[in-house]
Design a protein around this ligand. Sequence first.
Ligand code: SF4
Length: 961
Amino acid sequence: MDGGTAGRTTGIASPVERIDLSPPVGDAVKCTTCYMCACRCGIRVHLQDGRIRYIEGNPDHPVNRGVICAKGSAGIMQHTSPARLTKPLLRAGPRGSGDFKEIEWEEALDIASGWLGAIRASDPKKLAFFTGRDQSQSFTGWWAKQFGTPNFAAHGGFCSVNMAAAGLYSIGGSFWEFGEPDWERTKYFLMFGVAEDHDSNPIKRGLAGLKARGAKFISVNPVQTGYSAIADEFLAIRPGTDGLFVLALVHEMLRADRIDLDFLVRYTNAAWLVIDAPGTAGHGLFARDAEGRPLAWDRTQDAAIDAATPGMAPRVVGECRLPDGRAARPVFHLLAERYLDGAYAPDAVAERCGIPAETIRRIAREIADVAFNQEIVLDQPWTDTSGRRHETMRGRPVAMHAMRGISAHSNGFHTCRAIHLLQMLLGAIDTPGSWRYKSPFPRPIPPGAAPVGKGAKPNTMLPGMALGFPRGPEDLLIEDDGTAARIDKAFTWDAPMALHGMMHTVIANAHAGDPYKIDTLFMYMANMAWNSAMNPADTVRMLTDKDPATGDYVIPHVIYSDAYASEMVAHADLVLPDTTYLERWDCVSLLDRPIGSPEGPADSIRQPILPPDRDVRPFQDVLIDLGARLKLPGFVTEAGAPAYRDYADYIVNHQRSPGVGPLAGFRGADGTASGVGAPNPDQLHRYVANGAFWAHHHPPEALYYKHANAAYLAEAKSLGLIGATAQIVLQLYSEPLQKFRLAAEGHGAVQPPETHRARIHHAFDPLPIWYPPFEQTSGSDSAYPLRAITQRPMAMYHSWHSQNAWLRQIHGANRLYMHRGTATALGIADDDWVWVISRAGRVKGQVRLMEGVNPDTVWTWNAIGKRAGAWALSADAPEATRGFLLNQVITEFLPEQGGVRHANADPITGQAAWYDLRVRVEKAEAPAETLPRPAQLAAPPGQRAAPTILRYDTSIPSAAE
Ligand code: SF4
């Protein structure tokens, strides 16, 4: 309101009310990047008298355009949380007791560098360095490389690696950071799986616009929460059957001849010839010329020629005879043959998916109608990589988005590939109205170098990054003696394409000494003693187990860094307290998980809004310090002095390759270069002045068809986003997968052990397949008739927000949600307490009935239940007494089969199969509280008592408290 006059009449004209929608709420405002979840929105933090008063979305920021969510605005309470750690801690009592003593940083860094230095000098792989929800993975991964351990990964292996791997090996991109629907033009939008805390604010903005335009939104999800609640149509699919549903849509498109053949021939490998020579080492590979170029059959010349020849008229069906006499057939022939099979007909899949066959047929008709009868044509000329000029940009306005709900199954990789297959058949990849790459994607397929880590040597850095992209069995990280090079067994026959590692197997493998024993488990922001473990009780046992022969812990040293007193803190020997995200320099780098948009690349920074008021240090600063103490290459100068003052100095001056550093904006001595340029000493100030981000906009002719758009690819190369300007051919058929399959058939120098051959042969199909999730076939239907999954609420991000005074008021205790009909048949009513029982154990929770859920599925919110005492929660906190964790009935391994216990994971990527769980539900006896309830954890030294009144000012105790 404007100074008391608003709302009064002037006496002359009509009443005028002038409302100031953004009244000053402080005396200063600073821009930075939110870290209350992984979306990385831009925020404006208002300060008053040197304290944070209010957080709002930054309207200029390319990720959220001013939108902020409940979590983002509650960052104040995260910053003032009583659960914040205050000083380095050294374990004083038994591991897990919470008995610590406070120590000075010098002593903490001495201890850490002593342990780490001894490992590096003897056997660097005895360090397992895993960082959870780390947003600086290009830095932490580089630190691990310079240290010389192959044992590095972040939490992607138990989150959404199926999505990333399937996309990167199929279309050179994926969902979320890799691409998004063309929100402004899409007319038909299909969303698969859970997405409420991934790509959160951009999806909210997108859905709002889509609904306003009247576009149709279909949500395919077992549970109708969040986005599904506003869908025009909600399909309550059975968990783990999305791939089958999508392949039935593919069947219908092929049957009705509603596919974009021009798109397929020009932009995918549909016409590439696949060798048909069963039993030989070349079977199923692409026919290639002497230079290794894939061949297609040109109808004009009636010969196999380079598939990239401009203007050729390739055959897409039929058998061809190659010059060497072998038979070959085009990729399209193989896929049409497969998916026209009656096994993929709607009638054949409907019951299994829980979706009526007529609904599947109707949706296929609707998709075909929008794609082929409602084409979008933009009056925008462009030129493709073959030099053809197109006067317009044509698009099929059907878009798709998928996320963790389909990814976290043991068949998730193929389900994600199936979605991309459908997109390609429709010609709905980076065309107007469909789905668009976000810069710096697309990238070549596969996008980067192979993983590195065999033969780690003392005092020697790795020759490349530990995580990478295998092209075939020769890229696996298997030592000459057949053992795994990595502690998590990523990139072995257990999970050959585990691009993000397998953090969920690290503690179990380290405890078992399989493939070897480690010395130090070094973790950051990974709550492995609770919600980040598939089986927290067993994980705690493994962390605290001692070797009876020596009396030492089986895992000798545990170093942990976090800003808060999570359940994991109590199970560390040395705790390195981190700052909150509002107290440090940080960067969201294009070398890491980027925040670009379809319009162009972008990156951003975090700046210290306030200095820490505790004896804590940014974890990245600590790694810089440790790197220098350990004299790691790149962390010290030739004279042995620290190469970087701190992480801010690294952000500005580190060059991963000449001219390419953590931040792409304001490079060059004068700050005018973008993408590639010399370090700019003023770079961080330029970011601050620009609202804490940098964004580049591609010209209009480069905004679609990026995989084959000459203008886009040339600019992307000049910005350092890609290394070459060649067309990125989308892969309907994946040759790397076939190479693994050939190894399982007995071809090549690197072959799977007998125990794995059948599994590899089945899983590594070069075309998408569907098979039932493993967990769902390993127990009897009658014993565990229900599927159980978790949903990620919009208002909480994993376990982080259980100490957030505002967000706890939204989710203080979770319920077990059941379909009303299913519950009634079991004699269960609203508010009853029940046991959720799996083959791994049982956990007790309170029921809430609903209609919007697949009748065979029960679900709950993720990570609301907590261990008493952790996160500064009192013993009687609802999170501890009534909240429960579904992880308590999940295990990280499947039942033994043929002498092998496979991980409860996707067989291709190793992605943890959280959502494969099968359970039964039984009414529970008193008391009305969750069980099992592990003992209350002791508060670490220095932790303040939580305020009893939830009010802004009471969250900050006086110095005397
Ligand atoms: S969506 Fe995530 S990053 Fe964006 S404001 Fe909310 S919590 Fe912050």
